[in-house]
Design a binder for this molecule. Structure first.
Ligand SMILES: Cc1ncc(COP(=O)(O)O)c(C=O)c1O
Length: 386
């Protein structure tokens, strides 16, 4: 049963992977898994390993697992289980879904994405533009690295077929106003196409309440195994001609976009991951993350250059910065030598980096299993870098 108080030590005790000196501030690149996820993967392979659809015990169990995983994904995303599709990664699912949609595009159609997007929600559209006569527009950012909503609105027209956007930016942490973006998209008669990969470990997803048409995320960013997960509005999915083998079932409709045999052991891990998150309340996770984010921002040495919002409103606790005079790689390597795991680079957020005029930055990502002590250790180590 979910409670509102968050006990970080109790949560960490469920992750053997955290029992080491290294502090993981690399959640935006992938989070650690609680032991229950790891155990579920191993247990599937030991006890239930089979393909689907045969009349013997392990195959029947696999049928049940596949159904359960779709149901639990639907609970997690706020859609129906028929609208769920699992795949190898968000990127693979997005190329697949955008290709299916592309079959309905006409010359002169337009797609709008944002300068906050990861390239996995930009490049698939650019590849379609490479193959057919459509235009991809990029909605610009404000100085605070928020979406410029007026600018976005001015990019939309009756030619716009899709508005692609991140629920939170994996580079600088900005969390756009989803309802506002969705309303703008729908008013223009376009689909709202959400990349929830970076947001998913930080808060509840509600496809129905947000009214998004397509939403894609990656369980390995929210304490689950390496795989992708998509949701698409049933009538929309049904209206596309999928790229699939003829013998594979057409219903439930989401299955049309699951190519070949699913990663059954990872589905078992996925179910355990959703159960893990259900055992902790999002309110508690968000309060803990916000407190850690505020602590990080308050203690950030003055000589560091932070990019984006300087408070914890309208963002998740993912921070991009540089240390003047030092390359991002040099900073990340120094931190690694002090048992602090951070990333450096462009995070495939090419349009954000273009906006900033940078090749890369250092990135610190905080998730619920991080502690005050880890944040303080990170800040003290950063202060040594003058
Ligand atoms: C915001 C965002 N979108 C998409 C992706 C791509 O996800 P995947 O690795 O599942 O293809 C990432 C990966 O870092 C991401 O952070």
């Amino acid at each position: 049963m979910a409670t509102t108080a968050f006990d970080v030590d109790a949560a960490r005790a469920r992750f053997s992977a955290l029992a080491r000196p290294l502090a993981f501030f690399d959640g935006p690149g992938g989070t650690q898994c609680p032991d229950e996820v790891i155990d579920a993967i191993a247990a599937y392979l030991r006890e239930s390993n089979a393909n689907v659809g045969a009349p013997y015990d392990t195959s029947r169990r696999t049928d049940e697992l596949v159904e359960l995983a779709h149901e639990r994904a639907a609970d997690f995303l706020g859609c129906s289980s028929a609208e769920v599709a699992f795949g190898p990664s968000m990127t693979a699912l997005n190329f697949l879904l955008t290709r299916a949609l592309a079959r309905t595009l006409r010359p002169g159609d337009e797609i709008v994405v944002t300068a906050l997007d990861h390239d996995a929600n930009v490049a698939p559209w650019l590849e379609i533009a490479h193959d057919m006569d459509i235009t991809v527009r990029v909605a610009r950012l404000t100085d605070d690295l928020e979406l410029d909503y007026a600018g976005l609105e001015s990019q939309l027209s009756e030619r716009t077929r899709v508005v692609g956007f991140p629920v939170a930016a994996n580079s600088v942490g900005t969390a756009p106003d989803i309802r506002r973006v969705v309303e703008l998209a729908h008013e223009a008669g376009a689909l709202a196409w959400a990349d929830a990969v970076h947001y998913a470990p930080h808060g509840p997803i509600d496809v129905a309440a947000w009214d998004v048409d397509v939403l894609i995320c990656s369980p390995y960013k929210f304490f689950g195994p390496h795989m992708g997960l998509a949701s698409g509005r049933a009538e929309l999915l049904r209206s596309w001609r999928p790229y699939k083998v003829r013998a594979a079932p057409d219903e439930p409709v989401g299955h049309r976009f699951e190519l070949g045999t699913l990663q059954h052991e990872l589905l078992a891990g996925f179910v355990a991951c959703v159960d893990y998150l259900d055992s902790i309340s999002w309110d508690a996770i968000q309060a803990h993350e916000r407190a850690l984010g505020e602590r990080f921002l308050a203690g950030l040495p003055d000589h560091l250059e932070l990019y984006g919002l300087t408070g914890m409103d309208r963002r998740v606790p993912t921070f991009c910065f540089n240390v003047p005079g030092r390359s991002p790689e040099e900073v990340a390597t120094f931190l690694a030598q002090h048992d602090l795991a951070v990333w450096h680079g462009n995070y495939y957020a090419l349009e954000t980096m273009r906006h900033l005029g940078l090749d890369g930055t250092v990135r610190v990502g905080i998730v619920h299993y991080n502690t005050e002590e880890e944040v303080d250790r990170l800040l003290a180590t950063l202060a040594e870098l003058t």
